[in-house]
Design a protein around this ligand. Structure first.
Ligand code: GLC
Length: 421
């Protein structure tokens, strides 16, 4: 009798403490991101006896934000752990748990301070840095060599080189060859690309860190006019509908000389099934011309956050800590070229062997230009949507850069409503 009672008690009382939970996790799905995320989550599940269900969300950043906003506004517990873009902490902070206490002094010191600062909203660390991103120029090393041309330093040089090689290759029978591909669809990725063009011409960052709206300026107009001139020439018309993966598909099948993309594309370019395997180089994005022109890559990156509406917050936080750990960041860097947020991994021989440009382009990762999301806070997505729509209008010849930027400036002033964001 006693034994039965004791057994019953063990079952009844031990059960809740050790019961396995099922968490839902949403990660990105660009390149092999989803696979790497699933592998990490499965390893955690095996170690802890819990389960993780992967929720598939749209691969485009803009669409994923819309879905998260819907779920979170409804206080839905459907997603416990969310991958969030570097520009979203200010937009989603109210729905995310504070992780400050889960980052001890040593782990904090190991991170890039800018990421911690970016993810801290009103004193709350609302997301753990997971990987960082910066825009890069991918080029066909074999074609530049064959045509005896250097890697372009300026956008003007890129235009000329792209044109020359594209024309020569077409004349030699490669009739699907293009000069340059990038992300030109009307979404967050276009904001990223256009910020690179504008800032590399010394035209600022749309809204300055002090909140001033600066986008209506001649350098920004020059940058956008130049980009509009590429469409239908060195750049396919279809780029107006490209996100990251569409650009990668064209370049990876051997049909473009240059591509702007994130580091994730590197291992895929060199995979066995890639048509350009071993023939690709990576460089800084070109700079504009004139004073204040410089090489600029936009800062991107992803974080992991726990929803306030999670029914298993303790386990969800553990999963976040596991996935953002040094070991997991190292694995993801080696297999997926997903740039760690832990600084000393940039000196790790295995990480560098897999991604030599982590060393040569370290400066790009450390000096990447941030989008104005911290200053515009909850309104960043509206600012960005106005900017990408304006840029899309210039690229598709629905207005000159000067006209469109003048309208954008007035519209952003209305959005700001007063002196502060
Ligand atoms: C990548 C970046 C992110 C950016 C997005 C744009 O996912 O990490 O910061 O907003 O691309 O497409």
């Amino acid at each position: 009798m006693h034994r039965i009672l004791a057994l019953l008690c063990t079952v009844l009382f031990a059960q809740p403490a050790s019961a396995a939970v099922t968490l839902t996790l949403s990660c990105g799905s660009v390149g092999i991101e989803a696979q790497l995320c699933r592998e990490g989550a499965e390893a955690w599940a095996r170690e802890t006896g819990n389960h993780v269900a992967m929720v598939s969300t749209p691969s485009g950043s803009t669409e994923r934000l819309a879905l998260y906003q819907q779920l979170l506004a409804a206080r839905s517990g459907d997603i416990d752990v969310l991958q969030i873009d570097v520009i979203w902490p200010g937009i989603l902070a109210a729905h995310l748990l504070d992780l400050t206490d889960r980052l001890d002094a040593t782990s904090r010191a190991a991170q890039f301070p800018a990421n911690i600062e970016n993810n801290t909203v009103d004193g709350r660390l609302v997301a753990m840095p997971w990987f960082t991103n910066a825009g890069l120029l991918y080029y066909r090393r074999d074609l530049l060599e064959a045509h005896g041309l250097p890697v372009p330093e300026t956008w003007e040089a890129l235009s000329a080189t792209a044109k020359r090689i594209m024309n020569a290759e077409r004349a030699a029978g490669q009739d699907r060859m293009w000069g340059f591909v990038f992300q030109g669809r009307a979404y967050e990725g276009l904001t990223v690309n256009a910020l690179e063009w504008v800032a590399s011409h010394g035209g600022g960052t749309i809204v300055a860190p002090d909140g001033q709206i600066t986008i209506d300026n001649p350098r920004a107009a020059t940058a956008l006019t130049q980009a509009a001139g590429w469409i239908g020439g060195i750049v396919p018309q279809g780029v107006l509908n490209y996100a990251e993966e569409e650009a990668r598909a064209v370049f990876q099948s051997g049909n473009a000389v240059f591509m702007r993309n994130w580091p994730y594309a590197w291992p895929l370019m060199n995979a066995a099934d890639s048509a350009v395997h071993g023939r690709v180089g990576v460089a800084l994005l070109p700079r504009g011309t004139g004073e204040d022109a410089r090489h600029v890559g936009t800062l991107g990156g992803e974080q992991l956050a726990v929803s306030r509406y999670s029914r298993h917050p303790a386990e969800a936080v553990e999963l976040v800590l596991y996935l953002t750990s040094r070991a997991e960041q190292k694995r993801r860097a080696i297999l997926g070229a997903l740039n760690p947020t832990i600084r000393d991994l940039y000196d790790d021989p295995q990480v560098l062997a897999a991604n030599p440009f982590f060393r040569t382009l370290r400066e790009t990762f450390e000096n990447a230009v941030a989008r104005p999301s911290s200053v515009t806070r909850g309104r960043y997505n509206q600012v960005s949507a106005q900017f990408w729509n304006a840029v899309h209008a210039v690229l598709s010849e629905r207005g000159t850069a000067a006209e469109v930027l003048d309208r954008l400036d007035r519209s952003l002033i209305r959005l700001r409503r007063g002196d502060t964001w």
